[in-house]
Ligand binder design. Sequence first.
Ligand code: SIN
Length: 538
Amino acid sequence: MSRKPSVLVIGSGLAGLFFALKAAEEFVVTIISKDGLDITATSYAQGGLAAALSPEDSEEIHMRDTLEAGAGLCDEEAVRILVSEGKHLVRELIEMGMPFHLSENGEPELSREGGHSRPRVLNALDQTGKMIQNFLSEKVRNHPNISFYERYMAVDLITEHHMGEVRFGTTCMGAYVLDQKSGEIKTFLADYTMIAAGGGGHLYPVTTNPQVATGDGVAIAFRAGCRVRNMEFYQFHPTAFVPATEPPLLITEAIRGHGAKLVDSNGNRFMVGVHPMAELAPRDIVARTIDKVLKATGAERVYLDLRHLDAAETKAKFPHIYETLKNNYQIDLTKDLIPITPAAHYMCGGIIVDAWSRTDLEGLYASGESASTGVHGANRLASNSLLEALVFSNRAYLDIQAKAGEEEYQSRRSMHAAIPLWNKGGAENASEWVLVHHDLKEIQHIMWDYVGILRTRFRLERAKRRIELLYQEIDDFYQRTVLNREILEMRNLVILARITVFSALSRRESRGLHFMQEYPENRTPSRRDTVIDPAFLC
Ligand code: SIN
C-alpha cells in the first residue's frame, strides 16, 4: 500500500474523538469541528456514563432497564453489545487516565438516574461530560497522527453525485467543508469518513444542547443518500432551569437519584402514583407528567425540592449546579426550590447504521447522537448515550482496521482524482438576513407547539404544511447565496424538521417519546421502525 488510509472525522465530541484516537493508531486522521474542538454536547453532559460495574448489578439488569425505557423498540442485539462491550471500554477509559469520581474504596462512584434500577452511572460529579471532553481533547491535540480544524463546517458529503448525473451515490469519499474564517469551501478527501456531529436540539426553542446542535450529521448523510430511522422520538429532559435571557441550564437527573423530589406550585409531589419509581421513572414519563401538570395548573414551572437532603453532601455532589444557581440566579438549592421545565435534549433516532457503525454508503460511518444503532428504541435510558458513543466508535474503528487493505478501499481511492472542486454557481451575498432569522424562529416554534411532548394528527399535519413551505424557501435561499455557517445550519435544521414531522405522522400509536393524544393507551403489538428514505423526501 503506497500511503496510509486517511480518515475524516466530522465532529469532536466523545464519539468523534474516541474514534479518532483509536484510528490514529494506524491511520492518518483529520477532525473538523464546526466551532471550537470542545464546543460539543459531550461537554454539556452532567450525569455521566452508565455501566454495570457494581457487584449488585449485571449486564442483564442493565439490558433489562434499557429495553424497558426503550418501550419495546430497542434492537436487542445492539443493546447486548452496548452493555457488554461498554463495560470493558469504560475500564479502558479509566486505564487511559480518565479521572472519574471515586468512592472511598477507590472504585468509581456510581450514581442513579431515571429508569436505572441500580446505581450505575460513573461520573465526575456534575461535570462528567466536560471532564471527558477535556481529557480526550488534550490527547487529540498532542497526537502526531491527528490534525484538527476548528470552525470548519461540513457542507455536503462527497459521493459519485459530484462526479456526474446520479442523484444519490453509493460511496462516500470525504466532504466539502466551509472554512468559516476565509469563507472558502475546501475539498477534504478521505478513504473513510465518520459522522459524529451530534444531535439537533436547536430544532426547538428551549434546549439543553449547545449552539452547535443543528442536526448537521443527519442532514448531510440524508442528502447524500443515507436512510434515517425513528426520528419521531425526540427526548425532552424533564428538568432544565430556563432563565429569562441566558441559555437553559441542565439540572442533572442524578439530582433526583440523590433524592430530590418533584413538586408542583402547591408543593404536591406529583410523580408518586404515576410510576412505581416516582421521580426516577423513565424520562419520557417524567417529562410528559410535568407537561400535563403545567397545562393543568397553568403554571410555567414545576420545582425540584432538595431542602430535606443533607446540605453539605448536596453541595459536594453537585458543585457546578450549586455555584451556577447561587452566583448567577441567587437560588440556593439547599434552601430554595429550583424552578424547572422540560427542554429538548436528545435525538433518539438518526442515520441508520449496522452493528459496526456502517451507514448505507460505502466508506461512511456514523456514531453518537447522529447515528441510530437501535440501542435507544423509543426512549433513551439516561447516560447510555456516552456509553453508546464509546462502543460504536470503537466498532467503527475495528471495522476499518479489518478492511483497510482490501480492494474495495483501493478502488474508492482511485476515484478521488475525478472529484471536482466545489461549484459556487451564481451565488451572491444575500441581503435578506432578517428572513433567515425569522425562519429559524418559525421552525423552532412550529416544532415546539406541534411536534413537542404531546402530539395530535391535526397539529402534525399543520406542522407539515408549514415546514414544507419553509423548506422550499430556505432551499431557494441556499441555492443563490454565498454560504456561511448560519445558512448551512438553517438548511440542515429544516431537513431535520421535515424528517421528524414525516416520521411522527407515520406512527399511529403512542410509544415512548412519541405520545399521540388520539391514541393515549394504544401501543401496537408489533415492533416497527420508522425508516425515511431520502429518495422519497429529497
Ligand atoms: C443528565 O445528567 O440528566 C443527563 C444525562 C443524559 O442525558 O444521559
